[in-house]
Design a protein around this ligand. Structure first.
Ligand code: S3P
Length: 173
């Protein structure tokens, strides 16, 4: 197993914000699977969904993990919210490092994403309803995939970083 820190969780759970802060604290580079794919394709995630469909994007996510497994170690990897839903990706995530699930309440997620237009799955008439439905399907999968589950809704960034750092040092704080 490699020594990367993997952040999984629903859209708006704070993977990117936590990842960037963690990156400064631990002096590790952060890699974001969405950004990696966007750079590789020369298109935004929304453009990929429009031009090629969701299945093609999911294939790109699996390809991304395989390539990271060949090329990356000791870093932080923030993973798109839907990526853990593909069974094949679980084994790849486990091989890549220690998996942290940032678990957030639907209300917290909604507040963070309500005016965002870059997430195609939330461009619907009732995003709150969509968040609740998707989260119900996804939470058990995130939990099964995670080595560590962190409830993040009521925590400060420092508290979340302390917990991740503590887990990485083999302590529970
Ligand atoms: C998705 C989450 C997004 C992005 C795409 C699909 C999902 O990533 O991969 O819009 O299925 O939950 P973030 O979780 O970084 O927003």
């Amino acid at each position: 197993m490699k020594d990367n820190i993997i952040l999984i969780g629903f859209m708006g759970s704070g993977k990117t914000s936590v990842g960037i802060r963690l990156s400064y604290r631990l002096k590790r580079t952060i890699i974001d699977t969405d950004k990696w794919i966007e750079r590789r394709q020369g298109m935004s995630v929304s453009e990929i969904f429009d031009a090629h469909g969701e299945k093609a994007f999911r294939d790109m996510e699996t390809e991304c993990l395989k390539e990271l497994l060949r090329t990356v170690d000791g870093q932080i990897i923030s993973v798109g919210g839907g990526l853990p839903m593909r069974e094949e990706n679980h084994g790849l995530l486990k091989k890549l490092g220690r998996v942290f699930y940032l678990s957030a309440a639907p209300e917290t997620i909604y507040e963070r994403v309500k005016s965002d237009t870059t997430r195609p799955l939330l461009q619907v008439a009732d995003p709150m309803e969509r968040i609740r439905t998707l989260l119900k399907q996804r939470a058990p999968v995130y939990e099964a995939c995670a080595d560590v589950i962190l409830e993040v809704s009521d925590k400060t960034f420092d508290e979340i970083l302390d917990q991740i750092e503590g887990e990485m040092k083999g302590k529970n704080i």
